[in-house]
Design a binder for this molecule. Structure first.
Ligand code: ATP
Ligand code: MG
Ligand code: MG
Length: 565
């Protein structure tokens, strides 16, 4: 899978290498630790780590932690776990906050160079002075402060002398620019908030546009890949990189090496690609956080969530996610990917890697009258119909079995191929069974089917080739393990749950809990082990709640697309 793709970013990277523009490619994945990663982030992860891997480059994991308050060490750990789970290893783990001193020194340099000033305008006034798309902005009355005054004020901002929001350090660029981002953007704001990595060391924090490009430059990132909404920020990205010029000013960053952060700045290039959006789901940390906070789901790792840990708990494999990302490809075209494509990727992967087992989720008792009570017999079943390497397993059965209630119909609908009164069906691996008698409870509901197993139809016998319409699965009542089966489905029941009423589109049937029966070789699974339960779907033993003596399984996906219309 190290086959280089052909998307425009990989093309640029290969061209740059061919022209000798870089000795080695460096990328980074820069999540903000204000939540857990979701399926959208997987695209950025696969792209950054994937490209680096393909060209023997390097990829850093950088926690973009410049916005304290919502950030949390719990999320930092979660992000690290999720990236590793997806199958990637970072070259170096960095935090934007590792560079706070460099950012500060660089800001002093900008002030000395006349490229930054301290503004006393309130946030609201600043917005007003900024103008609109059709109206140029006006200079702040504080724009022409002297270098000395600016140095003094900024150093006092850093010393914590001023109140939150009372002063801002701004870049002096162009209040008349057609690009709003260049109208003297903020570089630092005062926020006396504890930081998850630096504690109370800093009362001022750098803005994203300033910190991100300088972090890239410091790490020697050659290609800074980000999503399309940053396209308009690119001129600012380049402005900061050029104005600070880390490559030409080693005095700004030499201290990092002593802190154990080897540094070789380069001039990074920002390249934008489109976000991954999936139908029937939301890919916004803010909305996912709201689902958790309001209790619509059990947590960030609820198997209905499209967070990476939710998908993991559901039983979705990392390979299926990588397959989706590959299939979607990389472009600048914003689009919404049909959830069915994701499900198809999950099935494609699990079909290859999931052993087969038998489980009954809605049980109906079936009694083979012509086997003696206490009869026990073993058959061998293949663990995978298309791959002998999975081997075989022994499955025991006796006189009483559980079958799916829906595999029997007293009054069959047209085309019904399974068991009916007086009819025959093949019991997977056992032989052909004829239903002779129905047993009902007091309410008239059918609780048992009785009948006979054709002794000439057993495996290997000539009579086993006799044609019957249907084959059904079963589990042996005497041997099966009772299991809780959590049948999951899509979290939303409309393709685009992105209007104001998005919570009203939650699918109430996204979780149904069933008490089923499993053959012993399924119940004995280790947590996170996955199977195809024959004729039902793909399931995985719950990462946290499953015990062999008390099995808990999650439905990952159905065998076929049941949402297609
Ligand atoms: P959200 O809107 O969910 O909060 P974000 O972009 O603010 O997402 P970050 O933690 O900053 O979240 O994202 C880290 C990286 O992942 C960024 O480079 C971002 O562009 C990328 N990313 C985030 N969401 C997606 C997505 N849906 N598709 C592709 N890349 C994404
Ligand atoms: Mg972000
Ligand atoms: Mg965000």
């Amino acid at each position: 899978d190290s086959q280089p793709g052909t998307d425009f970013i990989r093309q640029i990277v290969r061209d740059d290498l061919a022209r000798g523009r870089h000795a080695r490619i460096r990328t980074r994945f820069p999540p903000e630790p204000n939540g857990y990663l979701h399926i959208g982030h997987a695209k950025a992860i696969c792209l950054n780590f994937g490209i680096a891997g393909e060209v023997h480059g390097l990829c850093n994991l950088r926690l973009d932690d410049t916005n304290p308050g919502k950030e949390d060490p719990e999320f930092v750990q979660g992000i690290k776990d999720d990236v590793e789970w997806l199958g990637y290893r970072w070259s170096e783990l960095r935090h934007a906050s590792d560079y706070f001193e460099v950012f500060y020194q660089a800001a002093l340099k900008l002030i000395r160079d006349g490229k930054a000033y301290v503004d006393d305008l309130s946030a609201e006034a600043m917005r007003e002075y900024r103008g609109t798309l059709t109206e140029p902005g006006r200079p702040s009355p504080f724009r022409e402060r002297s270098v000395e005054e600016n140095l003094d004020l900024f150093q006092r901002m850093r010393a914590g002398e001023f109140a939150d929001g009372s002063k801002t350090l701004r870049a002096r660029i162009d209040m008349r620019s057609g690009n709003m981002n260049l109208r003297d953007p903020a570089i630092y704001r005062i926020r006396k908030v504890s930081h998850q990595n630096t504690g109370d060391a800093w009362p001022i924090y750098p803005m994203y546009d300033y910190a991100h490009c300088l972090s890239d430059a410091l790490e020697g990132i050659t290609h800074s890949l980000c999503t399309l909404e940053f396209e308009d920020h690119r001129p600012l990205y380049d402005w900061f990189v050029d104005a600070v010029d880390l490559v030409g000013h080693p005095e700004l960053w030499q201290g990092l090496a002593q802190a154990g952060l080897p540094t070789a700045p380069d001039k990074p290039r920002q390249i934008e690609f489109s976000r991954l959006n999936l139908s029937y789901s939301v890919t916004s940390k803010r909305k996912l956080a709201q689902l958790v906070a309001e209790g619509h789901v059990g947590g960030w790792d609820d198997p209905r969530m499209n967070t990476l840990r939710g998908l993991r708990r559901r039983g979705v494999t990392p390979a299926a996610i990588r397959r989706l990302i590959e299939r979607v490809g990389i472009s600048k075209q914003n689009s919404v990917i049909d959830y069915a494509i994701f499900e198809a990727c999950i099935r494609d992967d699990l079909d290859q890697v999931a052993p087969r087992r038998m489980a009954v989720l809605d049980p109906l008792k079936l009694v083979i009258d012509n086997l003696p009570a206490g009869h026990e017999e073993s058959i061998q079943l293949a663990n995978h119909p298309k791959d002998e390497r999975f081997g075989q397993r022994e499955v025991k059965f006796g006189r009483e079995l559980w079958i799916e209630r829906e595999d029997f119909a007293e009054v069959p609908p047209k085309g019904f191929k399974r068991l009916i009164p007086g009819g025959e069906v093949r019991l997977r691996g056992i032989g052909i069974f004829r239903c002779d008698e129905l047993v009902r409870d007091a309410a008239g509901e059918i609780i048992e089917l009785h009948g006979t197993l054709d002794p000439e139809s057993r495996a290997g016998m000539e009579g086993s080739n006799r044609k019957v319409k249907g084959t059904i699965h079963w589990v042996s009542a005497a041997h099966a393990g009772a299991a809780e089966v959590r049948v999951y489905d899509r979290l939303f029941n409309v393709p685009a749950p992105d209007d104001e009423d998005w919570l009203s589109h939650l699918n109430p049937e996204a979780l149904q809990i069933k008490q089923g029966w499993l053959e012993p070789a399924a119940a004995a699974a280790a947590p996170e082990q996955h199977f195809q339960f024959e004729r039902i779907g793909y399931f995985s033993a719950d990462r946290y709640d499953h015990r062999p003596e008390q099995p808990v399984f999650n439905r990952i996906v159905t065998l076929r697309d049941v949402w297609a219309r």
